[in-house]
Design a protein around this ligand. Structure first.
Ligand code: PMV
Length: 336
């Protein structure tokens, strides 16, 4: 078999994508920090065949990943028509523990999409823009995965102020003050269990949600305000918008029908401690959440020492097994 391999990072949304139309079209624009340490490495082995697929996670065959990969290949059929006449072995591993509550779908799907693009290139098939097509393919596997193919930030979904922004693929975003290009994200692992409600179910509950249309409009406005704050290096504005987006995301979950809560008591404890610490010390430290209980602590690299001391003395005790992951804004995927 021939093979190709990519390492692709996870990302953390600042403006949250929550709600979608068929197939994988976002109901509102989103923008994220591309991460660096949290990543998936995928080696894709391929040979002429009949579409047989085997998936391995950390060298162990993992059939539970098959439905997602099969649905990815079906949805990307027009991008990768050669897939039907090949057999594949997907060998994948994450830099973070599988049961950490960190979603591997964005990094995993983007790594796979990039591998498929490399095969396409190798076969000499026509490609207009390698990464744009990889982002489009990645979106079809995991919406937020569309943003993992570019660093330091990536924007997905049509937005009036981002030139070239599109619902089918993400675009790289660099028009930010330097401070944001090295921002730190310490991920506090509050709960390592499987999520009780999947993202796809949650997105679905935005259809017919009583606050959907105002939420979607708000995301456009928040994104405009965030772009200005990031250009002006206005950390306080940045923090206010990002924290509001995180709580709005969870507010949408709590006001869905059926309703659900993904935060845990320790999520709230940590948020309150961040607020109290910020108020008392005036340090620029903010939080965001994804669709889970973990807290992403965001701060400039210049404040790493003081914030890490705060995390170790005050926040770590609220993490499962006292564990957290240190990450920072990164520059995107690398071919292995
Ligand atoms: O890409 P999905 O379907 O796993 O949805 C991700 C949704 C959030 O992480 C909550 C927000 C986002 O924009 O990444």
């Amino acid at each position: 078999m021939k093979e190709t391999a990519w390492k692709s990072p996870s990302n953390i949304a600042l403006i949250k994508y929550w709600g979608k139309y068929d197939v994988q079209i976002p109901a509102n624009p989103s923008i994220s920090f591309t991460l660096s340490t949290a990543a998936t490495s995928t080696r894709l082995k391929y040979a002429k065949g009949k579409g047989a697929i085997k998936v391995f996670l950390n060298d162990t065959e993992t059939p539970s990943f098959m439905p997602k990969i099969q649905s990815f290949l079906e949805r990307t059929d027009n991008l990768f028509p050669f897939a039907q006449e090949m057999d594949f072995e997907v060998h994948t591993s994450n830099s973070f523990p599988h049961s950490s509550g960190i979603a591997s779908s964005a990094s995993g799907m983007s790594a796979l999409a990039l591998c498929m693009m490399s095969i396409k290139k190798d076969l000499g098939l026509s490609i207009d823009d390698f990464f744009q097509e990889a982002s489009n393919a990645s979106r079809l596997g995991s919406g937020s995965g569309s943003r993992s193919v570019y660093g330091p930030l990536a924007a997905w979904g049509k937005h009036a102020e981002i030139e070239g922004s599109h619902d089918e693929f993400a675009v790289p975003f660099v028009d930010v003050a330097d401070v944001f290009k090295t921002f730190q994200d310490t991920i506090l692992l509050i709960d390592k269990g499987e999520k009780t409600v999947s993202s796809s179910l949650g997105h679905g509950l935005m259809t017919g949600h009583p606050y959907a249309s105002s939420r979607f409009a708000q995301a456009h406005e928040n994104q405009s305000k965030l772009l200005t704050a990031m250009l002006d290096a206005d950390l306080e504005r940045f923090g206010a918008i990002v924290e509001s987006e995180a709580l709005t995301l969870h507010g949408m979950m709590m006001t869905s029908m059926p309703y659900f809560i993904l935060m845990k008591p320790n999520t709230l404890e940590v948020i309150n401690r961040i607020w109290a610490f910020r108020e008392a010390t005036k340090n620029p430290v903010y939080f965001t959440l994804d669709a889970g209980a973990n807290v992403h602590v965001l701060y400039p690299e210049s404040h790493k020492e003081v914030i890490m001391r705060f995390i170790d003395t005050e926040l770590r005790t609220f993490c499962k097994d006292s564990s957290y992951l240190c990450d920072h804004v990164g520059s995107g995927p690398i071919q292995l």
